[in-house]
Design a protein around this ligand. Structure first.
Ligand code: AMP
Length: 395
């Protein structure tokens, strides 16, 4: 795996695909700069070696050139975080961009305008990728969040750099973390899969069964499994067309010697609302009119024991409707269990959309080993796919 350390960037222009797809408020101010922070080590390495950086990213999903999606809005944030001036060019290809890149001196940063102002970017257009490639000597991909897309700047561009391409430090850490869980893991290995639906996680579950010793199935998925085994789930979220699939997963798990843990009790509510009446109830005995919205205390005690018996832990998806305070306890308790196991030497990886949000919201970010920056990219990695953006660098 070629990383930054395989290169000396002195007198070199690095063209870096970063993920600066940051949230902006109505005044076009950055409300969460995590992704800019995450790109800092790669940028600093190039500058400290004595090279220069051409940064390219997308922002949002513009239809053509739309000023509200201009990367101009985030220049000051980048300057503050990196600690040096950022030049900007209002296109990412063509004469203007080439002139700006040519003028760039060692130690300087140039930010290109939003890649997605050109539809060729998402189409993976080869000629467009070739135009981008003219702006740098070495290509670095540091955007895990888009590594599952075969776009011009994330994948296609790599073919124009021969051996002069590598992973940035963020992308390298993502790859190493996933590898540590899926391939080079210390046993016992646990995956906690929560979230709303079995259907969105099915490929992950099937791939992961070959890799883990324990599987905790939590969140809304619980009820499809409980109903499939004959339990009463009341009005809980349940995919009736996935009952056979749930039974098949349990059978596969048994054949593969994977111990599956599902909630034994839940916090049931009489409405999907934070103010609903609640009761703690056996997960197989939920009356009509009630729905399970969080894991119950006996389930959490059981999960805590499993988590703390494992040396490698993957967490994807919340245990309950954590967006509502009254149904966040299960997710918080699981976070605490994982934090404790990590403190005692386990490797823990949190990845995929909502669990990352939960980890941040409840302050577990520094208490787990690694929090992934890519939602879709993480899920596809867990499904066992090789991401095109990663493959392009390895070629
Ligand atoms: P996912 O994106 O698949 O990881 O799903 C995350 C969503 O699952 C969150 O918005 C949670 O509110 C939701 N969720 C978790 N547990 C439940 C549940 N018991 N009933 C309904 N939704 C749930």
């Amino acid at each position: 795996m070629k990383t930054l350390n395989d290169f000396n960037f002195a007198d070199k222009k690095a063209i870096i695909r970063v993920d600066f797809n940051v949230p902006l408020n109505e005044n076009f101010e950055v409300t969460d700069a995590t992704r800019i922070q995450a790109a800092k080590p790669t940028i600093i390495k190039v500058l400290e070696d004595g090279g220069s950086c051409v940064l390219m990213s997308h922002l949002g999903r513009p239809k053509g050139k739309e000023d509200k999606f201009s990367l101009r809005h985030i220049i000051e944030d980048i300057e503050k975080i990196i600690g040096c001036e950022v030049r900007f060019v209002d296109d990412c290809v063509g004469e203007k961009a080439e002139e700006a890149a040519n003028k760039l001196e060692n130690g300087e940063i140039l930010l290109l305008e939003n890649l997605r102002f050109h539809e060729e970017e998402t189409k993976g257009d080869v000629a467009f990728a070739e135009q981008l490639s003219k702006l740098g000597d070495i290509y670095i991909n540091d955007a895990f969040g888009t590594a599952h897309r075969a776009h011009a700047s994330t994948t296609i561009i790599a073919q124009f750099f021969g051996k002069n391409k590598c992973f940035g430090s963020l992308l390298a850490r993502e790859i190493e973390s996933i590898d540590k869980v899926l391939n080079n893991s210390e046993k016992p290995v646990l995956a906690v899969l929560g979230g709303a639906k079995v259907s969105s996680k099915i490929t992950v579950i099937e791939n992961i069964l070959d890799k883990v010793d324990h599987l905790i199935i939590g969140g809304g998925m619980t009820f499809t499994f409980i109903k499939a085994q004959g339990g009463k789930v009341g009005n809980s979220i349940c995919e009736d067309d996935k009952l056979d699939l749930a039974l098949d997963i349990l059978k596969q798990a048994k054949n593969k010697n994977v111990q599956v843990h599902i909630a034994v009790d839940v916090i049931a509510a009489d409405a999907f609302s934070n103010d609903a009446n609640t009761q703690v109830i056996d997960v197989t005995q939920i009356p009509d009119g009630w729905q399970g919205l969080d894991a119950g205390p006996n389930s959490l005690a059981k999960f805590d024991e499993v988590v703390n018996s494992c040396k490698t832990i993957l967490w994807n998806g919340p245990l309950g409707v954590f967006e509502m305070e009254n149904f966040a306890k299960g997710t918080i308790a699981l976070g605490n269990s994982i934090a404790n196991a990590t403190k005692n030497g386990a490797f823990s990886l949190v990845g995929g959309g909502d669990s990352v949000a939960a980890v941040k919201q409840f302050g577990f970010e520094d208490k787990v080993s690694y929090v992934s920056t890519g939602g879709g990219a993480m899920l596809e990695s867990l499904e066992g796919k090789t991401l095109p953006g990663i493959e392009a660098i390895l070629k």
